[in-house]
Design a protein around this ligand. Structure first.
Ligand code: ZN
Length: 560
């Protein structure tokens, strides 16, 4: 049952911001509660940032989430969404929770956000991306200092990377003892040992971790991600765990490239690039083999058979090493005969060629250009000019009327008539100018939106790297309407039509969908191509220009 309680959330961040003091935010929230005839509970977090996925630094935010879950709060007030979070992943969780619990968010600056309304959901997600970008920008200065240090070959502030130490001039140099361990870790991993097993071996060999060495006698604090509880641990008790090993295997510093945000800067290498690449291949292979069942059906419900119109269903072979989508007709008596398609292939295609490429933003920008008509802007500007000269003309008539009256050349009646007419012209012109200027402002906003979307892909790429399965799952469904799959036995090519939903990347509702067609060689064909060492596979005899050929980076696992 609805309790009619508004949860008012206020946050003052560590950075200076423009959304007002805590008192201001709360006052606006109480006004809103009164206006809605609701009672309210206030939730205030002081001096914290909302950029992280981990929200344990914001106890009142967590309390608010709990109260929504338990039904103690049935609407939220906040000045704008960035008070609640600047993190796109958290944003997506809030969206899901609010939609599930029928909770709408009243904001001081952005109106009402209703996550039950699909069209609002992705717009909000995109805003979250932009919000996070704001934080990235404010941190850019600090980063550039760090970057300069890095370019000069100076070592990291803080703990640094295992295998390296600071030289005499604080430059990064290889630690001979630790680098041996790094090499061993790569060797063991490429010889088929798992990360957990490698950690066990290092522990049993009593190899100290970075913490053991640098904080030999010290203690350090560990914060529980979920409860926020802090435990003090002694450095000497730190052990190697699988994530430490995985972190080392994935860090490009060991093949000579230090990661600085999105940049790579050269560093002394401990293993060869070839070896490092092999390890990455092995990591992604292992991930696919042990990946959750859920993950392998990322496109569940989106794929349609071009032959019979049925959905494609995800299947896993009993050895769990092979996932594929097959036409649902296959389990009936009247199979349409569509060749099944390997899930990893299709996932890669969707991620690399659609989500992770510029495809969607480019299509969205094209649509925006259509709506943002330059002729319309030009006409509005001209119209304002005409109205202004009309108005000035009327003012001149007014002045002249008064002058004529003063010279007793016209009568009082005539004066009144002229003045009334002139005033009417002036008033009408003023109104129309105001209206036109508002229109222009809208175009300006539109331009802003356009610029935002120009950055859309960049933002998206940033987030995708850190997104969890649920976020990916919902993102794909927002961006793609349908994937229609056919297979041509003669050319051994899949034809994959991807219907991109543009209404979600555009703020404007539109029924436009954009169909992109990909031709994708069968695993058999790819095997042949790989065996012939073709670096780029080009099929013969294909007519038309509207296709791209996808050459998968890995050797395939055949579905049949
Ligand atoms: Zn079918």
């Amino acid at each position: 049952m609805k309790k009619n309680v508004l949860g008012i959330y206020a946050r003052q961040s560590v950075e200076k911001e423009t959304t007002g003091s805590i008192d201001d935010q709360i006052k606006k929230g109480i006004d809103k509660a009164n206006q809605l005839a609701m009672s309210y509970i206030t939730y205030i977090d002081h001096g914290v940032s909302a950029v992280n996925e981990d929200t344990s630094n914001r106890p009142m935010f967590q309390r608010l989430i709990e109260d929504i879950q338990t039904g103690n709060v049935d609407a939220i007030f906040t000045m704008d969404m960035s008070r609640l979070t600047r993190n796109p992943v958290v944003n997506s969780r809030i969206a899901n929770l609010c939609a599930k619990k029928d909770v709408v968010i009243h904001t001081g600056l952005e109106g009402v956000i209703d996550f039950r309304d699909d069209s609002q959901v992705l717009m909000n997600g995109i805003k979250a991306l932009l919000n996070q970008d704001f934080v990235f920008k404010t941190k850019a200065k600090v980063k550039s200092v760090l970057r300069n240090r890095a370019n000069e070959g100076k070592s990291f502030a803080g703990m640094g990377a295992y295998g390296y130490k600071s030289g005499n001039n604080k430059e990064l140099v290889i630690d001979s003892e630790e680098s041996k361990i790094v090499k061993q870790i790569f060797d063991m991993y490429l010889n088929g040992l798992g990360t957990g097993k490698i950690a066990d071996i290092l522990n049993s060999m009593k190899i100290p971790t970075m913490y053991n060495k640098k904080l030999r006698k010290g203690t350090y604090e560990v914060k529980n991600k979920f409860t926020g509880q802090i435990t003090v641990k002694e450095a000497k008790h730190v052990r190697w765990v699988n994530n430490t090993i995985l972190g080392i295997l994935k860090n490009p510093i060991y093949m000579g490239q230090r990661r600085y945000n999105d940049d790579l800067i050269s560093a002394p290498a401990i293993v060869s690039k070839n070896l490092w690449d092999k390890a990455q291949e092995q990591i992604s292979k292992n991930r696919r083999l042990t990946g959750s069942k859920k993950h392998s059906y990322l496109l569940r419900g989106l794929c349609t058979c071009a032959r019979c119109g049925r959905n494609l269903a995800g299947r896993t072979r009993e050895n769990k090493k092979d996932h594929y989508y097959q036409c649902s007709s296959k389990i009936t008596k009247s199979s349409c005969g569509l060749r099944s398609i390997n899930i990893d292939y299709l996932d890669d295609l969707i991620w690399d060629k659609v989500i992770h490429s510029n495809l969607i933003s480019e299509q969205a920008l094209k649509e925006l250009e259509k709506i943002q008509n330059p002729i319309e802007i030009d006409n509005t500007l001209k119209k304002i000019e005409v109205l202004k000269s009309k108005m000035n003309e009327a003012k001149r008539v007014k002045d002249k009327t008064i002058a004529l009256f003063q010279q007793e050349l016209i009568t009082m009646d005539e004066v009144e008539t002229y003045l009334r007419e002139s005033n009417l012209v002036i008033e009408t012109a003023q109104k129309e100018i105001k209206h036109s200027q508002e229109l222009l402002k809208n175009f300006e906003n539109f331009k802003q939106q356009y610029d935002d979307y120009t950055n859309f892909q960049e933002q998206l790429t940033n987030v995708i790297e850190r997104a969890d399965y649920d976020f990916k799952h919902s993102l794909i469904r927002k961006l793609i309407d349908r994937i229609i799959i056919d297979y041509d036995e003669d050319t051994e090519l899949y034809k994959i039509d991807i219907n991109i939903n543009l209404s979600v990347t555009l703020n404007e509702p539109t029924n436009e969908t954009d169909c992109q067609t990909f031709y994708y060689p069968s695993s058999k064909k790819i095997n042949e191509a790989n065996n012939k060492r073709y670096s780029n596979y080009e099929p013969e005899g294909l007519i038309g220009t509207d296709f791209s050929i996808v050459t998968p980076p890995r050797l395939p696992v055949s579905p049949h």
